[in-house]
Design a protein around this ligand. Structure first.
Ligand SMILES: C[S@@+](CC[C@H](N)C(=O)[O-])C[C@H]1O[C@@H](n2cnc3c(N)ncnc32)[C@H](O)[C@@H]1O
Length: 263
């Protein structure tokens, strides 16, 4: 049987994580290897990674949940009662912060992993009057067009290969006026190599470092994120809220009709 593969899909599937203009070295610093979090045969390790990630997220000095919540609320500062969708929420630490920090925001908290969704639904988030917990695939968001003021996908996009990441841009900017992507940085290749060398000895000892090492190799560069958005729809604009460095990459994608100058 002949299978028709759209040439745009094929091209994007082969795009390096460093983007179409990635250097020779950058193209070698990537992998298709799965993290424990992506596997269905290692529930115990998966849980360990998620617990460590959530602990780090809640820590006062690292506090990625707090940082993400501030960035998310900044994007909806003008909306009195914002509707926010969290995709790939894991254990829900970011959504919990959003609900704490904003007294009227309505937050839909989702993940593709049934065990994480069940855990959130059974806890405080499941009982919160302004929260809805449910399973959702970030590549197939079932909500009317523009229903959410903001969708946020934190520390998760790198889990998806380019052909699925494109779908997150398409679905996220359709269901929400803005799609906020926060993810691991992709440092310039020589520095990236040094950093990977530092972490390598730890990957067999720590499940979190194992997944962190692979995540780093799968992180998308700013030019790759721009290309993913363009491929999803040429009307999608991707803006960066941070400069390229060692901190997280923070990008906001939106479609023409929702773009506001200086947002
Ligand atoms: C590294 S965790 C980050 C969790 C959380 N956002 C945080 O910052 O703690 C990645 C999450 O993405 C979820 N995920 C992976 N693929 C997904 C998809 N297609 N749709 C929704 N969630 C997905 C995983 O189940 C996991 O919970």
């Amino acid at each position: 049987m002949m299978v028709y593969v759209d040439s745009r899909t094929r091209d994007i599937a082969n795009m390096p994580r460093g983007g179409p203009d990635a250097s020779w070295l950058d193209r070698r610093l990537q992998t298709n290897r799965l993290e424990y979090l992506d596997r269905d045969d290692v529930d115990d390790l998966k849980r360990k990674v998620m617990d460590s990630l959530d602990r780090a997220g809640r820590r006062r000095r690292i506090g990625i949940h707090e940082k993400c919540a501030r960035m998310a609320l900044h994007e909806v500062a003008e909306v009195p009662r914002p509707k926010i969708l969290e995709l790939g929420a894991g254990l829900g630490g970011l959504s919990r912060k959003l609900l704490e920090k904003h007294s009227t925001a309505e937050v839909t908290i989702t993940d593709i992993e049934p065990a994480f969704v069940a855990g959130m639904a059974a806890g405080d988030l499941g009982r919160h009057p302004r929260a809805t917990v449910r399973a959702m695939d970030a590549t197939e968001i079932d909500a009317p067009e523009g229903y959410y003021d903001l969708a946020i996908f934190a520390l998760s996009l790198h889990h998806l290969p380019p052909e699925l990441a494109v779908r997150v841009f398409a679905a996220g900017t359709r269901a929400a006026k803005k799609l906020l992507i926060v993810d691991l940085p992709r440092p310039p290749a020589p520095l990236h190599m040094v950093l990977l060398g530092v972490v390598l000895p730890l990957v067999t000892i720590s499940p979190l470092q194992h997944d962190g090492f692979i995540s780093s190799l799968r992180a998308y560069s700013p030019s790759a994120l721009r290309e993913l958005g363009r491929h999803a729809d040429p009307s999608i604009n991707v803006e960066f809220r941070t400069r390229r460095g060692l901190g997280p990459t923070v990008a906001v994608a939106s479609r023409g009709q929702y773009q506001t100058s200086g947002s």
